[in-house]
Design a protein around this ligand. Structure first.
Ligand SMILES: NC(=O)c1ccc[n+]([C@@H]2O[C@H](COP(=O)([O-])OP(=O)(O)OC[C@H]3O[C@@H](n4cnc5c(N)ncnc54)[C@H](O)[C@@H]3O)[C@@H](O)[C@H]2O)c1
Length: 327
């Protein structure tokens, strides 16, 4: 059996998913829709499907699953419409750009017969999956962490400097590593955050301390104007005389103890779709639809990540620690 899939948003990431799906014999692309007809036509031509105007047309073509790959502030409406129609939804991150939007989607996902999966692709990147496995096996017992998620600029794609479309800089790539903190260290109990505005018209630099329910402490840094100096993304985890350091999704170094050899896993040569977890997240979406298992990244995960972003903004505005989950 194949799943009929439609893509809403024919930009960069819509293309990544469409190319992955074209390679998976369990999926049939029924169309690509975009508010810019030329974008829909370009991608549809590339992946051998039809260019369509909107979500309604994708559903009319019989889409059983829809990828929502539009700019951040345009996720909630199509996701609610598709879930309301009983269609499976893969939504790019962020789930929503407000807490209210995220809660609406979580409620709709729990009611719908369609499955909802969110695009936190880094959970499936081999580098982060390896770190998670070290923790799950008990080999690494992280108590302290230092996490960085920088962007070089807010210039590409052009809408990323428009707060009304992004929801704010933290909803951009930063939300991936806020989710990663929770994925690796468990729920976050409280956030203390400071922010400043340096290069753009909104807060574009954040320094936070996350207190995990487990007791682990995270120093978290994110800035929007760092240039693309390597590594713009990095996690350092420290256990009792142990450390793990990632460099983007390229490399992981594990120091298992004093006086012991440091092991390095290097993923540099993997194709980008695999190294960044995109191929596996798309496979897992089809697994969830066809196999009936829970989605790989749930609405609950999306809601918790949205809360983390909002807690950072609230703490930065109020100057005090903010407890989670948010009231
Ligand atoms: N998980 C990741 O690693 C990752 C990477 C890149 C982007 N993203 C997310 O994916 C989404 C898209 O980002 P992108 O980089 O592909 O942007 P993009 O600008 O390249 O593509 C967005 C496309 O959506 C179209 N569009 C805009 N509004 C629309 C609407 N209302 N209906 C239909 N189409 C509409 C645009 O014309 C454009 O073609 C964003 O939410 C972004 O945060 C995630």
């Amino acid at each position: 059996m194949t799943v009929k899939v439609g893509i809403l948003g024919a930009g960069y990431i819509g293309g990544v998913h469409a190319r992955n799906l074209r390679r998976d014999e369990r999926a049939t692309l029924v169309g690509v829709a975009d508010i810019r007809p030329e974008a829909a036509q370009r991608l549809a031509g590339e992946v051998g499907t039809r260019a369509l105007p909107d979500l309604g047309a994708l559903l009319h073509e019989g889409a059983q699953a829809v990828y929502v790959t539009t700019p951040n502030a345009h996720h909630v409406d199509p996701v609610l419409a598709a879930l309301g129609a009983g269609v499976h939804v893969f939504s790019e991150k962020p789930m929503a750009t407000t807490l209210e939007g995220a809660r609406q989607i979580a409620a709709a996902a729990s009611r719908s017969k369609g499955r909802y999966q969110l695009g936190f692709n880094r959970r499936w990147a081999p580098a982060y999956a390896f770190v998670r496995a070290l923790i799950a096996s008990g080999e690494l017992r992280p108590a302290m962490a230092h996490v960085k998620m920088n962007r070089g600029e807010l210039q590409s794609p052009p809408w990323v400097s428009t707060t009304a479309l992004t929801g704010g800089f933290l909803y951009e790539s930063t939300i991936h590593l806020l989710d990663m903190c929770r994925f690796l260290l468990g729920d976050i109990a409280a956030v203390l955050c400071r922010a400043r505005t340096t290069a753009y018209q909104e807060p574009d630099g954040f320094a936070a301390i996350l207190r995990c329910a487990s007791g682990a402490l995270v120093t978290f840094h994110s800035c929007a104007h760092a240039t693309w100096i390597f590594p713009f993304e990095r996690i350092e985890l420290f256990g009792p005389h142990q450390a793990v350091v990632t460099e983007e999704m390229e490399r992981v170094s594990m120091s298992p103890g004093l006086g012991r050899e440091i092991a390095v896993r290097d993923f540099f040569q993997l194709p980008m779709e695999e190294k960044w977890g995109y191929r596996l997240e798309d496979r897992k979406f089809l697994d969830a639809i066809l196999g009936g298992e829970p989605p790989a990244v749930t609405a609950e995960d999306g809601l918790r990540a949205t809360e983390l972003v909002e807690a950072c903004y609230r703490s930065a505005r109020g100057g005090t620690e903010v407890a989670l989950p948010l009231a």
